[in-house]
Write a protein that binds this ligand. Sequence first.
Ligand code: FAD
Length: 352
Amino acid sequence: MSDKNRIDAPALEALHAALGADRLRRDVPLAPFTTFKIGGPADFFYEARTADELATALLVARQTGIRFFLLGMGANILIGDLGFRGLVIRNAAKHTQIFPEKHRLWAESGAIVYPDLIELAVNHGLSGLEHYVGIPSTVGGALWQNLHFLSPPPERERTMFIEEVLLEADLLTEENERKTVSVEYFEFGYDYSVLHRRADIVLAATFQLRPNSEARMREIMAANLEWRALRHPPLDTEPSAGSIFKKIQGVGAGRLIDECDLLGTRIGGAEVTHRHANIMINRDGATAADVRALIAHVQDVVKRETGYQLETEISFIGEFAPPSEAAPYKAPKPPDVMTASERIAAQKEQAA
Ligand SMILES: Cc1cc2nc3c(=O)[nH]c(=O)nc-3n(C[C@H](O)[C@H](O)[C@H](O)COP(=O)(O)OP(=O)(O)OC[C@H]3O[C@@H](n4cnc5c(N)ncnc54)[C@H](O)[C@@H]3O)c2cc1C
């Protein structure tokens, strides 16, 4: 570890005083806190249980100059095998409140979108969040990336974004000010918000929902969960970070990867799943070095074969060992798994 990344004694004392020595843990493996189940240890680790604790942890880290990372559900990141030098603040601030007469739901930013938020809203007959059923995300992560999914079946004619139901959010700004901002502040785009360019932190958010019948919302949820089960690797047995590469307008990263015959390509324990060409899974004790090598291999092949340069959608956090040097090979498709092209062919056959 380089000395400049070490936490010195006065900074550590300030951390202890602000957060409590018993709550600040050392050398905590981060893999279990990510959906990929990959990543080395954090030198220091703190779990914030309320929005105030979160603000305090961020302020003390900023004031002492300690390097920090704010972790939600770890569903859109790859953490390096060498871990994180500094403080990882895990957002476990999960309080929620519903205002049925105003059709509003308030949640601290560590609240989990599904099931916690969605069940609360749907049980109160409030609609707007149910589209995001089955997506692993905290409220903070959802605003960071502008969580999105397709509109309900049968049309599925457009992409819906969480910005559509966000009313306002409480932030700790880059300038260490606590303030409430409206949805416009976020400059939302596809996989984008102002949080990508400003170090503001979401402490809590208020969603403006609409009344709807619970039966209709449950119908949408069931359809969306079925859609996911057919296309996505199950997280409990095939850990992943969702889509690895950004969408390319008009083509789709997954289609390019499939066209280049890369389904099932493995390096070490990391694999391009047959289920979804744009998702890599931790098949067998994958390291971040395996995933990085697989990403580079896929990018090289796609560039060579199609001319497109794939860009990663996930964030790379902490310190990485050099990418694995193991040679890529193709793993056979498990008999119970359907690829996207097989699914489309089966649907066409059924329709004919
Ligand atoms: C199987 C699977 C399916 C997925 N499907 C979809 C999908 O359909 N649609 C979709 O949009 N995404 C999808 N994703 C991606 C992922 O679920 C989202 O990006 C999600 O919003 C990540 O939230 P998180 O809490 O895990 O954030 P993390 O991965 O923990 O963090 C992501 C970034 O957000 C920052 N952040 C977290 N909390 C805050 C906060 N309070 N304030 C400021 N910054 C913060 C972090 O510092 C980090 O930079 C999928 C992922 C998986 C694994």
